[in-house]
Every structure is written in structure tokens, then in C-alpha cells.
Design a protein. Structure first.
Length: 350
């Protein structure tokens, strides 16, 4: 019986427009129409005016257009502080003449355009929850417990969008563009939590978003950007409908130096080579890590998300012995305060 099979590539990037490594994969035989998603780490600041994300997105859109590819999810996360390496993670899938086993499954979905007045509110939670369920169906994942990573790219509020919303008689959650990124990430993460059964929608109110951080998803990774107005969703998990050598599992770091949780997850996976590491990072809102004061939240020059990416990136680089790790900052409702989800994809030996 035929089955689906996923392949994942980590490709170095010399800049936000450097897709030469991906072009080399296509020349070596990767079918461009099998590519369903690209996750990128670009070297911008990761904030509202990080145009490296849009630059990289345009570069991939042009590449895909040349090859007649449409519908691939392109999610760019800005910020490679510290020694994190700019890179692309390419996800492809195809039907193969192999019996299904239990292997990595990939699904994608897009939502409708989010009305600006719903951003950071329960309306966004509901929209994202429906989108995650749609992506799970696309992946052939029935049991939420088999899902180990949910990547969401969500919109933010620009001043123009805020003014347009006010002109329609609606009130945006904030007119602060940077704060809007956090609200959007937070509501999107809670939407993933609802879809995965981690939280009940009826227990979430508008006032909870970016306030009650004890409410979170242990599998969501959300990045906000100016380059879209809807949500792009990528899910990764295990499915008995898929075949191949790739497996995925996840950990939830209790704090920024919780390598024990990461190593425990790694020990559960089959022996083999690391294909990708996907993580979230956030400065602990209490201002301490295991009782010791940190200053990430006191720096008026550099956003705390940039500090956190660099710090957690260094911790994980020490565990895995690699720097091309997808570490995304801004972890509102994505893991406990100061910690965050880490998903690991392994290609088993043999």
C-alpha cells in the first residue's frame, strides 16, 4: 500500500536572499512541487521593522514561481543573535510505494484574513484553533497527542491598520505596533492549545491573553510579521499513515537552562542524526533564572527577545553541537514563563 513520506533539509544561508543551497537541492533531484513548507531564520532584529523576513519570503516566492510551485508555506523568523546561524529548513512530502509505518508527518493550512479588531482577542484564538485542526487533517494526524510541533506565522498591527480599523468604528487591542506582535503571538498560541486539547476555549477570555501566562501550549511556536494578514500554520507529528526514517518528539523547557528536559526527549527518539531543532525562547517575566537575577528585561537598548534567542540558542547549541537551530523569540503562552517548547527531528540510523 502506498504511504506518505517526509523529507527535511537544513540549508545554510549567506543572507536573506541566498537560496543557492535550495536551488542545489532541486538540481540534485528534489521535486520542487513536493515542498510544502520553509522555515527560515534570518539575521534581522525580529521586530516590527525586520524586513529581512519579507526579503527572504520574496526570494522563495520567486524561486517557487520559476518552478511552478504554489501553496507552499513560507515562515520567516527574524533574529540570529549570538552565534545562531541563518538557515532554511525545507519540508517536503510525497507519496511513495512503501507500506506505512510510524513516521514524521507534515501538514499545512492557512486561515482567512484576520480582522484587526480580533487580533489579540478570543476571535483570533478561535480562528487559529480551526486552522490547526485543518492542518492536522492535512497531515493525517488524528490524535492531538501525536502532534509535536505547531508553527504559526501571524499578523501584527501597523499604524495604518490601526487607523483603518478605527475608521470602521472598531477598536484594536493596541496601537503600539511592537506590543501587537506579542498579543498576536499569544492569542495564536492559545488557539493551538485549544486545538490540541491543552486548554478549553470556554476558559479563555480576552483579558487572559498576555496576562495569564499559566495558560500555554507546550507545542506551539509562533512568529509575528508585517508581511501577512492571515495565519500560516505548519504542523509536525507522528502518523501511522506515513513511512520513512524521520521521527519527532518534543520537550518543554521549564526555564532557559533546562537541558535535562531536552536530553530526556532526545533519549526517547531513535538513535540517529539530528535533522532539525525547533525552539522558543523568552526572558522569564519574574526577572530571575533559578533564583539568580537576569537583566534581559532591563535593557532599554536591546529587546529582551533578542537576549533570550541568543541565550537559549547557546544553551541548545551546547547540547546538540550545532548552531543552525531554529530559535524563535517571543514566547507568550508558548511554554511556561522563561521556558518554552523544543521539538527535535531525528533521522534514524540504518
Amino acid at each position: 500500500m502506498p504511504s506518505m513520506r517526509a523529507v527535511v533539509y537544513r540549508v545554510a544561508a549567506a543572507g536573506p536572499n541566498d537560496i543557492s543551497g535550495v536551488e542545489a537541492l532541486l538540481e540534485d533531484g528534489l521535486n520542487p512541487k513536493s515542498i510544502v513548507a520553509v522555515l527560515g531564520k534570518t539575521e534581522g532584529n525580529g521586530c516590527v521593522n525586520d524586513f529581512t523576513r519579507g526579503f527572504a519570503t520574496s526570494s522563495f516566492e520567486a524561486l517557487f514561481a520559476r518552478h511552478g510551485v504554489s501553496g507552499a508555506s513560507i515562515v520567516m523568523s527574524g533574529g540570529t543573535e549570538g552565534a545562531l546561524s541563518p538557515h532554511w529548513t525545507i519540508f517536503a512530502r510525497s507519496e511513495v510505494a512503501e507500506d506505512a509505518g510510524r513516521a514524521l508527518a507534515i501538514g499545512t493550512a492557512r486561515t482567512e484574513i484576520l480582522p484587526v479588531e480580533q487580533l489579540g482577542r478570543v476571535g483570533q484564538v478561535e480562528m487559529v484553533a480551526a486552522g490547526v485542526r485543518k492542518a492536522m487533517a492535512d497531515a493525517g494526524i488524528d490524535d492531538p497527542d501525536d502532534l509535536h510541533f505547531v508553527q504559526i506565522k501571524c499578523p501584527l498591527i501597523t499604524l495604518v491598520r490601526a487607523n483603518e480599523t478605527a475608521a470602521r468604528g472598531q477598536t484594536p487591542i493596541t496601537r503600539d505596533t511592537l506590543k501587537s506582535m506579542g498579543y498576536s503571538r499569544g492569542a495564536s498560541a492559545l488557539g493551538a492549545a485549544v486545538a490540541l486539547g491543552e486548554l478549553d476555549l470556554q476558559d479563555i477570555t480576552d483579558a487572559d491573553i498576555c496576562n495569564r501566562f499559566e495558560l500555554y501550549s507546550g507545542r506551539a511556536s509562533v512568529s509575528s510579521g508585517v508581511e501577512l494578514r492571515d495565519h500560516e500554520i505548519i504542523v509536525l507529528g507522528m502518523s501511522s499513515r506515513w513511512s520513512g526514517p524521520l521521527s519527532i518528539d518534543h520537550a518543554v523547557m521549564a526555564d532557559a537552562i533546562d537541558t535535562q528536559a531536552v536530553r530526556a526527549t532526545l533519549s526517547r527518539l531513535p538513535a540517529g542524526s539530528i535533522t532539525a531543532v525547533l525552539a522558543k525562547a523568552e526572558a522569564d517575566s519574574a526577572g530571575v533564572i533559578r533564583g539568580k537575577r537576569h537583566t534581559m528585561l532591563d535593557d532599554s537598548d536591546i529587546s529582551s527577545t533578542r537576549h533570550a534567542r541568543a541565550f537559549v540558542g547557546g544553551v541548545l547549541a551546547g547540547v546538540f553541537g550545532m548552531t543552525d537551530i531554529y530559535v524563535s523569540g517571543g514566547a507568550e503562552h508558548q511554554g511556561p514563563s522563561g521556558g518554552g517548547p523544543v521539538s527535535i527531528i531525528v533521522k534514524r540510523e540504518g
